[in-house]
Every structure is written in structure tokens, then in C-alpha cells.
Design a protein. Structure first.
Length: 127
């Protein structure tokens, strides 16, 4: 299997970097977002460590949080507006936001037409 590289760096090298150093490898929009969220991301990483030691789930509403190397391999439950969706963080997700992986809309599934919807619906049995 090929080794994972992110902008020429291996995952182990990225984990050695702090958040500000990692930001240099991101695109401009993600870099700006990461640097503005710097404090909240550090607090979140500390919360991850504490909850993993206790064996608890890591739940969050922070869909706009940028994924950093310290989160790789952890399952985070992200709120999609109705429930918490489990997301296992993989190396390919680095630099993306948590909300991108917890979809908020379901696929539309249409059923039979309602009463009076079409002329042919009069033939349907009303139950």
C-alpha cells in the first residue's frame, strides 16, 4: 500500500507539527479559518484526549472545525441538525471541515401520489 502524503509530508511528520505550522500546508481559505479557530481547536484536542482516556464518545456541534493531524484515527460524532453522525477521521480528510462529512439532507424518496394529485389517482383505493 502506498504511503499517505499531504503536500509532500507523511502523517508522522504532520503529527509532529503544531497547529500553526500545519496551517502553512493548507489552502488560503482553510488556513485563515484554522488560524482564527486556533484556541477552540486546541481546547477540542484536549477534550478529545480526556474523553478517549475515559472511553467516552466525542460529540460536537462544531461543523466548521478544520480537521488537523491530531484528530486522525479518532471517531467524532458530528451533529447534522437532527442526530449525531459518527465520522472516523482518515488522513485524506486533513484540511476539510467536520460538517462536510455529516450530511444534513437525505436523498428524496418519492412514494405514490396523494389523493387528487392526478386524474389516475381516483383509481387508487383509499385506505
Amino acid at each position: 500500500m502506498a504511503q499517505f502524503l499531504f503536500r509532500g509530508k507523511t502523517l508522522e511528520e504532520l503529527k509532529q507539527l503544531n497547529i500553526r505550522e500545519f496551517a502553512r500546508f493548507l489552502k488560503s481559505r482553510e488556513r485563515r479559518s484554522l488560524l482564527r479557530q486556533f484556541d477552540s481547536i486546541e481546547k477540542f484536542l484536549l477534550r478529545i484526549e480526556k474523553k478517549l482516556k475515559r472511553g467516552k464518545q466525542i460529540r460536537t456541534h462544531a461543523r466548521d472545525m478544520i480537521i488537523v493531524p491530531a484528530m486522525v484515527g479518532v471517531t467524532i460524532y458530528v451533529h447534522n441538525g437532527k442526530e449525531f453522525v459518527p465520522i472516523e477521521i482518515k488522513p485524506e480528510m486533513l484540511g476539510h471541515k467536520l460538517g462536510e462529512f455529516a450530511l444534513t439532507r437525505k436523498k428524496v424518496v418519492h412514494s405514490a401520489p396523494g389523493i387528487g394529485a392526478t386524474r389516475s389517482s381516483a383509481a387508487l383505493s383509499v385506505k
